[in-house]
Design a protein around this ligand. Structure first.
Ligand code: XMP
Length: 175
């Protein structure tokens, strides 16, 4: 058996449910931002599948996307507690929606929101596919949440373990 087979991914949320939830969230976001030029800031790489499905369900003509990256994880599943941010877009005066794959300790989203708030935006909301509230350290919650999940390490649909498994269509748990 090769090493990449030892984690035994098991589906937690299947692709059909992910798609259906993206449709619901996209409609809610479109309603909330009707008539506004929304700037969507997805955090790479974990949010790449989620944001691709999500924005195609947000029929706002003025929507723009600017990809950013923030990481708090080194190798494997242990949080380093440090958050590194890439350059942020010029977003002064814009309504901004930050999109991330998972809200875990909350340190990443807290750091991104602090940086965006100091950039003079007109409003800020956050949208995460998954929420693990039991692991929260920062005093933060997301405005749009796809699924609340228990304290399990998840992979697939953009989420990785050491760079692997991002391509799996389902959100899975591993041993
Ligand atoms: P914090 O702790 O800052 O974490 O809220 C947010 C970032 O940590 C990564 N993360 C995970 N990645 N499976 C993953 O593949 C997980 O279960 C998991 N929990 C946290 C992720 O990059 C997220 O953006």
């Amino acid at each position: 058996m090769t090493e990449h087979n030892v984690h035994h991914p098991r589906p937690l949320i299947r692709a059909e449910r992910l798609r259906a939830r993206c449709r619901q969230m996209g409609r809610a976001i479109a309603r909330d931002y009707a008539g506004q030029d929304l700037l969507v800031v997805p955090l790479l790489g974990g949010a790449f599948c989620f944001v691709a499905d999500l924005v195609r369900e947000i029929p706002l003509p003025g929507l723009e996307l600017h990809f950013a990256s923030a990481s708090s994880y080194g190798a494997g599943t242990i949080s380093s507690g440090r958050v590194q941010l890439s350059a942020l877009p010029d977003c002064a005066g814009r309504p901004v929606l930050v999109v991330d794959d998972i809200l875990d300790t909350g340190r990443t989203l807290e750091a991104v929101c602090t940086a965006l708030t100091s950039a003079g935006i007109s409003s800020l909301r956050s949208c995460v596919l998954l929420d693990k509230p039991s692991r929260r350290i920062a005093d933060i919650s997301a405005d749009y949440v796809g699924f609340t999940i228990p304290d399990r390490f998840v992979i697939g649909y953009g989420l990785d373990y050491d760079g692997r498994y991002r391509h799996l269509p389902d959100v899975c748990v591993i041993d």
